[in-house]
Unconditional design. Structure first.
Length: 250
């Protein structure tokens, strides 16, 4: 997936990931709150590929030091508009902080996008203090309900493809990649969040949030018609995520 596509996507749609994920719930909990539940209670947080900083309000309310890093100026402008001040425009494999200076790195829906992934994980290891923690979320293959699979097949048939990511290995081999980078996995789990299609607005928002480089306009229209039909039925989309926690060895 071309880097230019990712840059243009986030320049044109800053904050869209948060718009979708805050509508995706499991027992009243959204994916950001789920990630934060695994964050240790003390120390400065570096939010990797922070986007419009959806994690910032809760961390600021807890009195945590926060540094948001992202390669998208548009996303950082949206982060600044919500009150985040400590922000850095930088690539994820060139973090602008000294060695061993960060207690916690958060990566919400980032590791399947930032490139090169091996270099990014090496940077995470570099900036974490010994015993420091990485908490990350990425898409998962499950858990899913049978109806989720049917909905996914229908969307695939409409679009002619599944949405993709630059780093599919972050979805299939993340624990091994973390170990290779010198990070010890201490916990991981999956959770299914439900994104309810309450109307066409929800359907259009979901479609706009998908990475679909080079997709023909006719396919996008077919995807929209399919999701609009599901919205008319009040259907829901299953959003399965993995949360993984790792530490830098002492």
């Amino acid at each position: 997936m071309p880097a230019a596509y990712i840059e243009a996507f986030h320049r044109q749609r800053p904050g869209i990931t948060e718009e979708v994920l805050t509508r995706a719930l499991h027992g009243g909990c959204d994916p950001y709150r789920w990630l934060l539940e695994a964050v240790p209670p003390a120390g400065r947080v570096l939010d990797l590929a922070c986007g419009n900083a959806p994690l910032f309000p809760a961390l600021a309310a807890a009195g945590r030091g926060y540094l948001g890093v992202d390669a998208s100026a548009a996303e950082l402008a949206a982060a600044r508009a919500r009150g985040a001040e400590q922000l850095a425009l930088a690539d994820a494999d060139r973090l602008p902080v000294p060695d061993a200076s960060i207690a916690v790195v958060t990566a919400s829906m980032a590791l399947m996008v930032v490139q090169p992934l091996a270099g990014v994980l090496a940077e995470v290891h570099r900036v974490l203090a010994p015993g420091g923690t990485l908490v990350a979320t990425v898409p998962a293959a499950g858990p899913l309900r049978p109806t989720d699979r049917l909905v996914g097949i229908g969307l695939y048939l409409a679009l002619g493809r599944f949405p993709g990511y630059p780093n599919p290995e972050a979805l299939t081999d993340l624990p091994a990649l973390l170990r290779h980078a010198g990070l010890i996995v201490t916990d991981e789990g999956t959770c299914r969040f439900r994104y309810r299609l309450g109307g066409r607005t929800d359907a259009d928002l979901l479609l706009r949030s998908l990475y679909l480089p080079g997709i023909p306009p006719a396919r996008l229209r077919a995807g929209a018609r399919y999701l609009h039909a599901l919205a008319g039925l009040g259907a829901e989309i299953g959003v399965p995520l993995r949360r993984i926690t790792a530490i830098r060895a002492l």
